[in-house]
Ligand binder design. Structure first.
Ligand code: NAD
Ligand code: UFG
Length: 359
């Protein structure tokens, strides 16, 4: 697979919050390969510091440790954020941009622990933006989510579709987007901001050396299927077979993690040559797939059987969602290139090669 892109010649320094997590780790690898220096800030609440060794190995870059600074810490710690910006300046590598992944992401957990979600996601982001402003760093890419749309009125979902989150997690992402809107309007500051509204990121690095390794119990479809395949779970429970879809199971827009990671590189390259702006972009393939289609493809590509049974609908699920990704395609030098088969193959390769994740 060949991607058309250009490499920046000047080495820029990027602060990657949550860079040890699923999406952050894959993006960090691509950033390194593109020639960026990285400062990764992560609390390791839902990730393992060992991922940094894999990122370094896969980068194939000599003395790569000189290009990555790993800091264990919390985005809510404003003093720490200030020290990170100061430290980068003192070392003549001032932070040019931030990619902000750090946050809490479980819908069910957010309903049980709303304070945590408002504090980490919203307050954490406010503190980050304040420290950025103080340090004249005005370029940021933020991990938003398709969950902010709630129950779609029309499909595919466009960036101008109603924002109507139906859970606390989604409310916090929508609130952060609102903050971005206000901040971007401050005329005296030249903010360059992109919020990427991810649909359903899945898969793993094609080598099987990097993938999703959540410490918090996964409730998502792909990690669950993989755990059934490896024998850690007995069978997949499919939440409902009476949805108004062609086979009765829910439809989502699954996107390969490498395509998603590439969208950050394209966003960064776009921002670094733009003047002030705020862009909200859907990041999906534009293709909806049912749960049964996923199961069948996973079985076929990997030549195995996934036992499953139908159970009651899961609270808070919606029947169908998929992206209109035309805006991202038109603004960014990016398009998704991985297939559903790739997603299923790479997920399984990662699980098979790393039955206990990075441990
Ligand atoms: P992840 O949990 O794998 O990564 C998040 C990282 O942030 C983890 O390494 C975690 O340890 C770290 N972290 C959590 N709280 C922190 C804090 N207070 N301070 C510092 N670090 C902290 O999740 P992911 O799937 O990589 O998601 C990254 C971002 O994308 C999140 O903001 C998430 O809400 C968003 N998102 C994810 C999905 C998805 O399905 N994976 C979909 C839409 C949006
Ligand atoms: N599903 C099952 N069985 C399982 C897990 C999931 O049948 O064990 C079904 C769900 O009912 C849903 C589909 O598989 O129909 C996908 O479920 P996921 O939990 O993998 O993904 P969601 O679409 O519910 O949510 C995900 C992330 C959110 C993010 C959203 C963006 O978990 O954080 O995508 O669209 F916001």
């Amino acid at each position: 697979m060949v991607r058309k892109s250009f490499t920046l010649t000047i080495m820029k320094t990027i602060l990657v919050t949550g860079g040890a997590g699923f999406i952050g780790s894959h993006t960090s690898l691509l950033l390194l390969k593109k020639g960026f220096n990285l400062i990764i800030l992560d609390s390791f609440l839902n990730s393992n510091p060992k991922v940094i060794e894999r990122i370094s190995e896969l980068s194939g870059i000599k003395n790569v440790q000189k290009r990555i600074e790993l800091i264990k810490g919390d985005i809510r710690d404003q003093k720490l954020l200030e020290r990170i910006f100061d430290f980068a300046k003192i070392n003549n590598n001032p932070i040019d941009a931030v990619i902000h992944f750090a946050g809490l992401k479980s819908v069910s957990d957010s309903l049980e622990n709303p304070f945590d979600y408002w504090e980490v996601n919203v307050l954490g982001t406010i503190k980050l933006l304040q420290v950025m402003e103080k340090n004249n760093c005005f370029t940021i890419i933020f991990s938003s989510s398709a969950t902010i749309y709630g129950v779609p009125k029309d499909l595919p979902l466009k960036e101008i579709s109603d924002i109507n989150p139906v859970n606390t997690y989604g409310e916090t992402k929508a609130a952060i987007e609102k903050i971005f809107r206000d901040v971007s309007k401050v005329k005296s500051k030249k903010w360059r901001m992109i919020t990427l509204r991810y649909f359903n990121p899945v898969g793993a690095h094609p080598t099987g050396k990097m993938g999703e390794d959540p410490l918090i119990e996964p409730n998502n479809l792909f990690p669950y299927i993989s755990q059934v395949a490896i024998g850690r779970k007995e069978k997949l429970r499919i939440f409902g077979n009476n949805w108004p879809t062609f086979d009765g199971t829910c439809i989502r827009d699954y996107i390969h993690i490498m395509d998603l990671a590439e969208s950050h590189i394209a966003s960064l390259e776009f921002l670094l040559k733009s003047s002030s702006l705020l862009l909200n972009l859907n990041i999906g393939t534009g293709i909806g797939r049912s749960v049964l289609e996923i199961v069948k493809t996973f079985e076929k590509v990997n030549n195995l059987v996934i036992p499953y049974s139908f159970v009651e609908r899961r609270e808070g699920d919606i029947a169908v969602n998929y992206a209109d990704n035309k805006k991202a395609l038109s603004f960014l030098n990016w398009r998704p290139i991985y297939t559903l088969e790739d997603m299923c193959r790479d997920s399984w390769k990662w699980q098979k090669m790393n039955p206990n994740g990075y441990k």
